[in-house]
Design a binder for this molecule. Structure first.
Ligand code: PHE
Length: 337
């Protein structure tokens, strides 16, 4: 067979192979077979010397042409297969869509946000402090006498170096009053720790929001009015507030505050244990001894403070019956909010 005819034959053989719509891997093999170093076209180049001298130029031109044609056709086919693959990836309209799951706010976080929003409108800034505190800020500066049983009352976690995990957010009051001059009006949200037996109503950590207002002539009447505004905004217009005399070392006078049960309207139900009232926190006028500890003149300034437990309030509001659910982070629980 003449070498010229061989070129024609290879060309039609190649076109046939390509017409069968080869997969990408087959295209790679075809490329090797025709264009590889030991491929059939290189073979032809080696045979140029066997062609009659006056036709060698013509023959060389033919195989060069064959080589570029093969190269172009393979390239085109490869490109086409790639775009077909992509098209079939993005255009299968029968596939179900990708489901995006959206997170929800943890009930503690959304309760904290509600508190911040309402107190912001009442003129309160937000202050925070560390969870590991000195005994001085957690107790002494707050007028807990040394060796006083009130320190035990709070079931404190003591650290080896003598610091404590704060048992309430009140040490942030102390930080604030040491840093700033009155007027001070701030809420202090945060985590607190108590070494308590864990059950449906108690956990070793929980959240409080404390409030502090210090200025000239701050009165208990303002404390009541502020908390009443807050409660009506948070629990609803119909809610009533009740103050019961109580004791805290850092306030004098002190009281415990209850809201009328917003579930039964005060008639008595399971959540308020038939009393019609729900306890939400403590409050009082800042004790002069606390002012002395932070170098604020108790003759010139007065102030009020209050503290509320977030878990307790969130549990009442969302009807959660076990505090531990709030810390386990089981998605089946969290998804409900
Ligand atoms: N710190 C108190 C507690 O944890 C709550 C409180 C704060 C009471 C401010 C009165 C004033 O029990």
């Amino acid at each position: 067979m003449s070498l010229f005819k061989k070129v024609d034959e290879l060309r039609s053989e190649f076109k046939q192979a390509l017409a069968s719509n080869p997969a990408l891997s087959d295209l790679e093999r075809l490329k090797q077979k025709y264009l590889g170093r030991k491929g059939v076209i290189n073979d032809l180049f080696k045979q140029i010397k066997d062609v009659e001298a006056d036709r060698r130029g013509e023959f060389g031109g033919l195989i060069n042409q064959l080589k570029t044609d093969v190269q172009d056709l393979i390239d085109a086919q490869v490109r086409e297969s790639h775009s077909e693959e992509q098209a079939s990836d993005s255009l299968d309209v029968t596939l179900p869509g990708v489901e995006y799951t959206r997170g929800t706010l943890h009930p503690i976080e959304s309760t904290l946000r509600d508190f911040k929003r309402i107190f912001h409108r009442l003129g309160f800034a937000v202050a925070e402090g560390p969870e590991i505190e000195t005994q001085w800020r957690n107790f002494d500066a707050l007028n807990f006498p040394p060796e006083h049983p009130a320190r035990d009352m709070q079931d404190t976690f003591f650290l080896e170096n003598g610091s404590v995990l704060r048992t309430h957010t009140s040490p942030v009051q102390i930080r604030l009053m040491l840093e700033e001059k009155p007027p001070i009006r701030s809420i202090m949200p945060g985590r607190v720790y108590r070494n308590e037996a864990i059950d449906a109503g108690h956990y070793c950590l929980f959240h409080q929001v404390e409030g502090l207002y210090v200025d000239e002539n701050v009165t208990m009447g303002e404390l009541k009015a502020t908390l009443e505004l807050f409660c009506r905004e948070y629990f609803g217009e119909a809610v009533k507030l009740r103050f019961r005399p109580s004791f805290f070392p850092f306030t004098e006078p002190s009281s415990e505050m209850d809201v009328s049960c917003f579930l039964c309207g005060g008639k008595g139900c399971r959540v308020c244990k038939q009393t019609g009232w729900l306890e939400i926190g403590g409050c009082g006028m800042v004790d002069p001894n606390v002012f002395k500890a932070v170098d604020i003149d108790p003759e010139a300034y007065t102030g009020y403070a209050f503290g509320m437990g977030i878990e307790r309030i969130a549990m009442m509001k969302y009807g959660i019956t076990d505090i531990r659910l709030l810390f386990e982070n089981d998605v089946r629980f969290l998804k409900q909010f």
